[in-house]
Design a protein around this ligand. Structure first.
Ligand code: UGA
Length: 484
């Protein structure tokens, strides 16, 4: 089929590349000229697993990038709107980019076109798009409108697209339903999964298409993101209690998540959720509920717990290093989660900002987000290191703020030897406390009792430290809660 995509952010770009991967012919529009140049060279402007491979495979052939929406509409039977919907100051979604896209699409419709809303939008946006197109002079029999929300996580978006749990289709007429079913047939028929050149995935591909009204589809997306955010805030609240009573949040999650009615996904305690989706979508959902006459206080509480989680972590750093002013810390992780270079609403960035404000200097490392982070922080406050270990040299403490897999596999004796003080504060619970204790590290995490280094281990680690890493001596090592 001929497909169009408007907007090449992470949702639009993954959508365009994956439709090309499914065998469709795709033209995608991007208005940012510098991004467009990168895309037209077959490269990816974002860090997203599997995307570079798909772009190399399809760019210039089944996948074309253009600046003008007109060329997209000329090409397509189905156009997916994937433009940004940022939050306004009152929490509502700013639909001006959707509006502009619809105006431009309306100008160009010549034969029947299915316009599909993929960005997360308030309920009744599909109906508003339909109205706008009619007001823009497009005859109702020349177009259909549908909602097909995305459930793509940054970092695993390509696999989420190709191996979805479900596909939600909100349609108002049979033609739209037929067209969307055809778009996804390579997945629903299993044809894609029989290809030997498919993008591999551990998950099995049994796909459920949920056909419903556009309003219901729009609400499913809002409710899904709010529910996932609620799970995270719930477990973070339990983690706070666990800290007070000496319980272990990891074991609580195992006990809780083993109940099939609850499930273990999205129950990782830490410094909270961030990103371009959850925070914005929660505000939008609450604003939408307000408009519908319902005070959704549960959402306010989810937001409050999430905000608190960062503040509580900074407090732990303060306790471990007090006084903070003049201390030098190593930070691993800047992106809002592992697997992405996205730092929007990143809890790591927020924690760092607060610590810098309190007078610490920072050496930071992130596998993908340092280029973006450089624009956020003054040079004097943050030095960006070439690898995790270089960030640790002579630091008064190590902070782990993003759940990159490589941060869970550090050489702990090297860590021990590089740090001036063997203090690790882990905002993502990547290590077991006993492992850190044995490695000679004072370790504070989230929802688990802090541990002090095993001092016999500490001596032996110190004695075997390599000359390269030796910036630490056995004397004067502080215990948790004291200053160097
Ligand atoms: C989220 C949803 O998971 C997608 O289904 C949805 O399509 C997307 O928003 C969107 O609306 O576009 P994303 O924001 O990419 O995807 O990332 P998630 O994997 O959901 O993580 C969000 C945040 O929650 C991250 O900061 C992550 O570190 C945090 N998190 C996640 C936790 O703190 N604990 C967990 O157990 C899981």
């Amino acid at each position: 089929m001929n497909i169009g995509v408007v907007g090449c952010g992470y949702v639009g770009l993954v959508t365009a590349a994956c439709f090309a991967e499914l065998g469709h012919s795709v033209v995608a529009a991007e208005c940012d000229a510098s991004k467009l140049r990168i895309l037209q060279k077959g490269q990816s402007p974002i860090h997203e697993r599997d995307l570079p491979g798909l772009l190399r495979r399809h760019s210039g052939a089944r996948l074309q990038f253009r600046q003008s929406i007109a060329e997209v509409v000329q090409h397509a039977q189905v156009v997916f709107i994937c433009v940004g919907t940022p939050a306004l100051h009152n929490g509502e979604s700013d639909l001006s980019h959707v509006d502009a896209a619809v105006r431009e699409i309306s100008r160009c419709v010549r034969s029947h076109l299915l316009v599909v809303e993929k960005s997360t939008v308030p309920v009744r946006t599909c109906a508003a798009i339909r109205r706008a197109m009619i007001l823009n002079g497009v005859s109702p029999d020349l177009f259909s409108v549908a909602c097909n929300p995305e459930f793509l996580r940054e970092g695993t978006a390509v696999r989420d697209f190709l191996y979805p749990d479900r596909i939600v289709i909100g349609v108002g007429d049979e033609r739209a339903q037929r067209l969307l079913n055809r778009v996804y047939r390579p997945l629903t028929s299993g044809k894609y999964y029989r290809r030997c050149d498919r993008i591999p995935s551990g998950s099995s591909a049994s796909i459920r298409i949920i056909e419903t009204s556009p309003e219901t589809a729009e609400l499913i997306k809002h409710a899904a993101n709010a529910f996932l955010a609620m799970k995270i805030s719930f477990i973070n609240a339990v983690a706070t209690i666990a800290e007070s009573v000496g319980a272990d949040i990891g074991e609580i999650c195992t006990g809780l998540g083993s109940d099939a009615r609850i499930g273990s996904a999205f129950l990782n305690a830490g410094i909270g959720f961030g990103g371009s989706c959850f925070p914005k979508d929660l505000y939008a959902f609450r604003a939408l509920a307000d408009k519908a006459g319902y005070r959704f206080d549960l959402i306010s509480e989810v937001i409050r717990i999430n905000d608190d989680q960062r503040v509580r972590f900074v407090e732990k750093v303060r306790m471990a290093l007090s006084p903070l002013r003049g201390k030098h810390i190593a930070v691993l992780g800047l992106s809002f989660k592992g697997g992405t270079d996205d730092i929007r609403e990143s809890p790591a960035v927020e924690v760092l900002r607060r610590l810098i404000h309190e007078g610490v200097t920072v050496a930071a490392f992130d596998p993908a987000a340092m280029i973006r982070a450089r624009k956020e922080f003054p040079e004097a406050a943050v030095r960006f290191a070439a690898d995790p270990y270089k960030a640790m040299i002579d630091a008064d403490a190590l902070l782990i703020l993003t759940e990159w897999p490589e941060f869970a596999a550090l050489d702990l004796s090297r860590v021990r030897n590089l740090l001036r003080s063997p203090i690790v504060l882990d905002g993502r619970n990547l290590y077991s406390p006993s492992q850190m204790k044995t490695a000679g590290l004072d370790y504070t995490s989230v929802g688990r009792p802090p541990v002090l280094a095993d001092s016999t281990q500490t001596e032996s680690v110190a004695l075997t430290s390599s000359a390269d890493d030796a910036s630490w001596t056995t004397g004067g090592r502080p215990s948790l809660g004291t200053a160097t």
